[in-house]
Design a protein. Structure first.
Length: 303
């Protein structure tokens, strides 16, 4: 049976709503919990890697953060860091109850912003078997100036103006003001770095994910600079694999390397390419490194 026909939808409570997830039943008890960054929903974010992990026998639980995709939560397309961290903790609780999962053999996998979440969540979950952070955004303070330099002055002013208007409007119950998550330099978008527009061909090359809304509430531009999950690296006790792309111009490799250096049990894999290279020209190299890591740390227990 094709891998995507084997998965089934499950829902788990998080806060005052429910998150939607794909559950791929595995064969040996090891489980990988997966999610994508910013507004990337579970199918474009995880399908390529989830299929390979599942084929290797792992259970996969790939979920949408609240307010995005098929998860609950309103208003939509609003990204709140603490909410998303809570969603990860709820996903771990859900995975531990699945009949094909050993609660002591659960791993995390996230890329971009969700790769940053992995640092924060893993620091608070000592029972995790291991974690993978792929091209993670670990330091908004380091990334924000670079992102600004990638914008034209006029576009930056319009984006911040929209962000302020969105934040103020939320105080009186107005609907969120949305901006594209990626755009060309000169456009008003959350990210206009040189590799930002690689996302479509990397995550949805066949144009199958017609329901993927690639927008986010503009207030994110006021908050991203203060999000620094890499600061939690020293508290991570499980094995951690950090996958960096040496030409990444969105999340940047240097902050991820610094954070990895603070984690007691971190390994680093360098890939050639830009932010989305693990989904494009470096895909096979990324899959091989990540499967090797998972097989090492989620291996079935020997009686």
């Amino acid at each position: 049976m094709p891998v995507f026909e084997q998965r089934r939808e499950v829902r788990f409570a998080s806060g005052d709503t429910a998150c939607s997830a794909w559950h791929y039943p595995g064969t040996h008890g090891g489980c990988v919990i997966m999610a994508g960054g910013t507004s990337v929903t579970k199918e474009p974010a995880t399908d390529q890697f989830a299929a390979r992990f599942h084929e290797a026998g792992f259970t996969v639980l790939a979920f949408d953060h609240r307010r995005f995709g098929t998860s609950g939560g309103t208003p939509r397309q609003i990204l709140r860091f603490d909410e998303q961290i809570a969603d990860w903790h709820a996903a771990i609780e859900c995975a531990a109850t699945l009949p094909d999962v050993d609660p002591d053999r659960i791993a995390l996998w996230g890329f971009s912003l969700a790769g940053g979440h992995v640092f924060r969540v893993a620091a608070d979950q000592p029972r995790l078997a291991c974690a993978i952070a792929q091209t993670p955004l670990v330091d908004g303070r380091a990334v924000a100036p670079h992102a600004l330099r990638s914008m034209t002055p006029g576009a930056a002013l319009r984006l911040f103006g929209r962000g302020v208007a969105d934040a103020l409007g939320s105080l009186v119950g107005r609907p969120p003001l949305l901006v594209p998550t990626a755009g060309a330099r000169g456009s008003v978008a959350s990210l206009t770095t040189p590799d930002a527009l690689d996302g479509d061909r990397a995550l949805d090359p066949g144009r199958r994910h017609t329901g993927w809304e690639q927008t986010v509430a503009a207030r994110i531009v006021l908050r991203l600079g203060g999000y620094r999950p890499g600061r939690h690296a020293s508290r991570i006790r499980c094995p951690l694999l950090v996958v960096v792309c040496d030409q990444d111009r969105s999340a940047l490799p240097a902050p991820a390397l610094r954070a990895a250096g603070e984690a007691p049990a971190a390994e680093v894999v360098h890939l050639t390419g830009r932010h989305y290279a693990p989904f494009l020209e470096s895909h096979e190299q990324a899959v091989a490194a990540e499967l090797s890591f998972l097989e090492k740390h989620l291996a079935p227990r020997v009686p």
